[in-house]
Design a protein around this ligand. Structure first.
Ligand SMILES: [Zn+2]
Length: 368
């Protein structure tokens, strides 16, 4: 019997995802159903697609949109660190292109910041931060850290308990650990990636921390990223820090409803749109459409974007929005619905016949 790798419960069942293919977060499509298991005790979802030996196709992460994102993460982290009153050396884990730590160094010029990444997207030439290449198992540090943070890293780590245990050994006794990852409490597009190995609820995260040398102190929605949760750990336990119980049945039903929208989207949009639609957007959400709406994808003629920089790899021609006559055309919006409203109005204003999204607005959530 397969146990939950997070809380060791035996109540693990296959979640009814209903998608025939699986998308890795770099855009690679796996020709097998997206598989997640569900734990009835900690309410975690556990990714069950086998990783394949194809290198990640990551961008260098330096498009204006990416830079703005990293600046926003750094600003949010700076506020969290200030609120904790933490001072001393800071470490980022899974720094990718190091932009978050570089922005944090600009905001906190007196801070001593180290950034660790096993496979860097790029290696900036800078003395502002201490860049280290490797994993926690490969490197050693001269002094313990006051703050260790990682943004959207833990969900990709096969053994999160081991990861927390490694962090515990390099954290100062009064240090803080801040880990942001997709929230297991809020069903979102984050569920749709095969390499998101875990969708953590606070209950699941507390179970992971048990015995690692770190204690889950509290958690909250990540201030700088929607659909994410910021988990805060320390090396000493605090009384009454057990997370509130998860509404297991309600969360399960919410996830089912969310994924059903995706499994039905191909048929729904193909029926609603005649001829050859255009796709607006060249990012992650358009990659989801490519993977999970294959019939619609085969009919899409081209992709339009406002900014050609940072567009991901697609097998369709990409144009600037201003270069294409949109009058009478059906347009699919490859953006999350929470940011698509203004775009929809603009495209209709340019004469589009219809503008549709694969999924609706997020439900008001009782689970957060
Ligand atoms: Zn569990």
């Amino acid at each position: 019997m397969t146990r939950c790798p997070l809380c060791q419960s035996a109540s693990v069942t296959q979640f009814p995802v209903g998608l025939k293919r699986a998308l890795r977060s770099d855009g690679l499509i796996l020709d097998e159903p997206l598989r997640k298991d569900s734990c009835a005790d900690c309410s975690a979802l556990i990714g069950r697609n086998v990783d394949i030996e194809v290198p990640y196709r990551r961008s260098d992460g330096t498009s204006p949109r990416e830079i703005a994102r990293h600046a926003g993460i750094a600003k949010g982290l700076q506020a969290e660190i200030a609120a904790l009153g933490a001072s001393g050396p800071i470490l980022e884990l899974g720094a990718a292109n190091f932009q978050t730590s570089l922005h944090l160094a600009h905001a906190m010029p007196d801070a001593q910041i180290t950034a660790l990444e096993p496979s860097p997207e790029s290696l900036p030439q800078t003395s502002e931060i201490d860049i280290r290449v490797g994993t926690l198992a490969d490197v050693s540090f001269a002094t313990p850290f006051a703050v260790v943070y990682a943004n959207h890293v833990l969900e990709h780590i096969a053994d999160p308990k081991e990861f927390l245990a490694q962090i515990a050994t390099i954290l100062a006794p009064d240090g803080h650990v801040l880990l942001s990852c997709p929230s297991g409490l809020v069903p979102s597009h984050e569920l749709l990636f095969s390499d998101h190995l875990y969708h953590f609820t606070p209950t699941a995260m507390a179970a992971v921390a048990t015995g690692s040398g770190l204690w889950l102190r509290d958690s909250k929605p990540t201030p700088w990223e929607p659909f994410s949760r910021l988990f805060h750990f320390t090396r000493t336990p605090v009384p009454d820090s057990a997370p509130p119980p998860t509404a297991v049945a309600a969360l399960y039903a919410h996830r089912v409803r969310y994924l059903m929208q995706w499994s039905q989207a191909d048929g729904r949009l193909c029926q609603a749109m005649s001829g050859s639609p255009i796709l607006f957007g060249g990012g992650e959400f358009s990659q989801l459409i490519r993977a999970y709406l294959p019939k619609l994808w085969s009919r899409i003629t081209c992709i339009i974007v406002d900014d050609l920089e940072g567009v991901r790899t697609f097998d369709k021609p990409v144009f600037r929005t201003s270069e294409v006559d949109l009058r009478g055309r059906d347009i699919v919006v490859g953006l999350h619905p929470m940011s698509s409203e203004a775009v929809t109005e603009r495209l209709l204003g340019l004469g589009a016949a219809s503008v549709l999204s694969p999924i609706g607005m997020p439900e008001n959530d009782q689970c957060t």
